[in-house]
Design a protein. Structure first.
Length: 278
């Protein structure tokens, strides 16, 4: 069984629709996926209904944006198979509101630099729960100011802290997020640890048993890091997951769905962990 447990759609910052994602998985021979759009269960819920007609299993998921204030770093938490997703709705809504406020400021800054109308900058956000930097960049490509999403223009505008249009988004504390996931009876996995500035957070969360697992197989992970994470997970009795972090054309590097997956034995362990919670 091939399980790609990290996929995004147009409901957040992916470039393909829910239906297109399911069909891509079917054509690739991927039997199980998880739609983990940012801070919303909407894509995951709709995908389940459509996927059933095509023989694809969809594991309910969401990728929640959080912050480690002790180490001053952003953290993404994957939540799977949540029994009570409504208990996370308030948290997701709060994040979405903060993201929308920041997007409004970014748009004003971009329009001050480039003579582009508001409509062209947000039209690729149609169908999404929010406006992401990828949508703005796509609009700038349409307007002829660049021919790439993550090139010089992106760095000029959105590089952290020094980008001309960079606007900080307020995220909830990672411990608050993990507590909320536990109360909602979901499986909490730290996404792409390679993107953490300080990986000591993992040790803290594992020691305090605040997390269920860690994403091991990911496009950003070197073989050395994968080996390190496997040893770490075994040492702390953590689940190990994998996924492509699929965003379609909005991916920084091209990877088709199913390029990175969760091994069958680890997927089985995830299901066992879920049964224990029930």
């Amino acid at each position: 069984m091939s399980a790609d447990l990290h996929c995004h759609t147009k409901m957040s910052d992916g470039s393909v629709t829910i239906e297109e994602l399911v069909l891509l998985a079917k054509n690739k021979g991927i039997s199980t996926i998880s739609v983990t759009d940012h801070d919303t269960f909407a894509g995951s819920t709709r995908a389940k209904i459509f996927a059933e007609r095509h023989g694809i299993t969809v594991i309910s998921g969401v990728e929640i944006s959080a912050y480690d204030y002790d180490r001053n770093q952003k953290v993404h938490v994957l939540c799977y198979d949540c029994c009570f997703p409504d208990r996370l709705e308030g948290l997701c809504k709060k994040i979405s509101i903060n993201r929308r406020k920041a997007a409004g400021v970014m748009l004003q800054k971009v329009m001050h630099i480039y003579p582009v109308g508001f409509e062209i900058l947000i039209r690729h956000a149609q169908g999404s729960t929010n406006i992401f930097k990828q949508h703005i960049m796509h609009g700038l490509i349409d307007a002829g100011y660049t021919d790439e999403l993550y090139g010089e223009v992106y760095q000029k505008l959105f590089m952290q802290r020094i980008g001309l249009a960079y606007t900080k988004i307020e995220y909830p504390d990672v411990h608050e997020v993990l507590k909320s996931i536990r109360e909602a009876e979901g499986i909490a996995i730290i996404a792409h640890p390679s993107q953490l500035k300080d990986i000591s957070l993992l040790e803290q969360l594992a020691d305090k048993k605040e997390i269920d697992g860690v994403e091991v197989w990911h496009p950003d992970h070197s073989e050395a890091l994968v080996s390190q994470l496997i040893d770490f997970a075994k040492q702390h009795d953590l689940l190990m997951t994998g996924g492509t972090d699929f965003h379609g054309m909005y991916s920084k590097k091209p990877h088709s769905i199913g390029s990175f997956v969760t091994p069958q034995d680890q997927f089985h362990q995830l299901k066992i962990r879920k049964q224990k919670y029930r």
